[in-house]
Write a protein that binds this ligand. Sequence first.
Ligand code: GLY
Length: 370
Amino acid sequence: MTLAPMNLVRVNLGARSYDVRIGPGLLSRAGAEIAPLLRRKRVAIVTDATVAPLHLATLQAALEAEGIAHTALTLPAGEATKSWPHFATCVDWLLDQKVERKDIVVALGGGVIGDLVGFAAAVLRRGVRFVQLPTTLLSQVDSSVGGKTGINSTHGKNLIGAFHQPSLVLADTAILSTLPQRDLLSGYGEVVKYGLLGDAGFYDWLETHAPRLRHDPSALLHAVTRSVQMKAEIVERDETEEGDRALLNLGHTFCHALEKATGYSDRLLHGEGVAIGCALAFELSQRLGLCSQEAPSRVRAHLKAMGMKCDLSDIPGDLPGAEALLGLMAQDKKVVDGQLRFILARGIGEAFVAADVPSEPVLHLLRDHL
Ligand code: GLY
């Protein structure tokens, strides 16, 4: 049997190091990939109602092929699942399944399932190991790697959580073909972010190849792999976000305010907000004299060529005024000592953390785009 091309990224974090395997067909090999981690041949799987009909049977067959017993919990799909009630259901179910300290919990799904199950694994019996099987582009390139886990509170998104690294991530790029186009493009918002924040060569490559990602498995494999490599490098430097990890928040200060303003509804998906936020962050950088006019123009041109939202006016429905949006930014959990923190750029691939951005140019930028 010829195996499809498979890439490996190692996340080096001492005793918490792990592999991210990336490539087509990994789901149907998951049993063989997970088996070496097991102390006893059984796992508990948590997934959601969208993913289960598409992928759960493949995972179960892969586990059975290796003689691994399994049991599964299917939670409702959607952001509302990242909440205390579903978290409690998940933890109680894992205890009902008699998951022990040395067992493995498998998260099969997108960012919601990965974050919730990772957090459940972090606290269950003071910490059990878990494996991420991310099923969306966004979770493959971002949320499944790096150990941020958690749920939302009525006070805001991701406010309750823990750093808990997975023991293995299996990113099956072939299953991304089941994603609706809008979800794929939303995930692409996080891919383009990596080029913009730290790798101009990757950004050049994306400008040429990204329009064909859906139909070009080797381009998709490269895009996911390079994104994961960049995330791994940043997480290795700064696991708990004392400094450099904040670079991963390029576009996110704007994005979080826009997500709040649109009620976390399908008016704006997270990755769409990231893409708009990146375009605004580059324009703010240009207005502050940090980068040339060419950079924000290139960002917007590429997002447009991808068929993505890149402006505030691309968000359907009314938005609050510039002052109200700035107020929402000030509530972001990334705010330190009341100072707005932005990720700005000196050019494509040259982002940096700016802790002292004055509010006036931000207000002007928002006013000009509303
Ligand atoms: N998603 C941003 C981070 O993992 O730090």
